[in-house]
Design a protein around this ligand. Sequence first.
Ligand code: NDP
Length: 279
Amino acid sequence: MTANPDRYAVAGFPVKHSWSPFIHGLFAKQTGQNMVYRLLEIPPEHFRGDVLAFFADGGKGLNVTLPFKQAAAQLVNRLSPRAEQAGAVNTIIRQDHELIGDNTDGIGLVTDLDHNLGLPLKGKRVLVLGAGGAARGVIGPLLTAGVAGIHIANRSVGRAEELVELFKSLGAVTCSTFAEVTGEFDLVLNATSASMNGEVPPVPPSVIGERTVCYDMSYGSGDTAFTMWAKGYGASLAVTGWGMLVEQAAEAFFLWRGVRPQTRPVLDAIKKPMPGKKS
Ligand code: NDP
């Protein structure tokens, strides 16, 4: 590493668990980029001030994670079309004197499903559990990828109704509480943070048929509460969100550095147990 590497970070609260420094460190090494990537834990009341200070101090780019994705959309000077559609930002790019907000979560998920897992989305019936920042980021790209329809279920049904309003012009989108969901789906996406507490959203197991794929955006070492639940009810495949995490990071890296890193070696490195690093 030469002097004065370009500085990047991920802002969140809490953020200590984030694998983004590890992933971007491997991308930088693989592509020979002179940069560092750190954790930026920000108490919610300091979000705006600390982010502006990071950029005023020369920071080149920022990832934004839970719980700041919607606040970040309010802070930037300009939104990319996909961030505007989502009303949520997970990547901030400094361009001259402007901060541009983008959202790479959707492309990250679609690339993981379609490219890494070989699951084409066209014509699929999708159930999205959750209506927070992650759900906002993926619903538009899933509809654009040609899914037949999306049903959104959330604990606070008002937040799901907001998403129906936001995305109904792009395709068939409906919503309900968890308990009211009926029928079977091709793809069940857990976009809640329930797995972080070892919980499963209380959706009827009848949403799972023998060809259903269940995808938990949360990730940890091995199965999550949701993937265990899905396997127990006979899902054809139940996976965690590592692939989405690495693919959304690759897209952010490309936006910042203009170089597209290879994701397969990074996914392989994550799967190897590492001393001192807890998934
Ligand atoms: P938010 O805080 O914005 O939203 C959380 C969502 O989870 C809300 O819909 C909330 O419901 C729901 N929820 C929380 N706890 C429970 C529970 N016990 N039972 C049912 N629903 C619950 O978080 P994000 O949307 O940003 O993130 C959600 C998850 O997705 C996190 O685990 C995050 O790590 C993961 N994620 C993974 C990514 C990846 O690349 N793999 C990228 C982005 C996110 P309510 O509205 O009622 O409060």
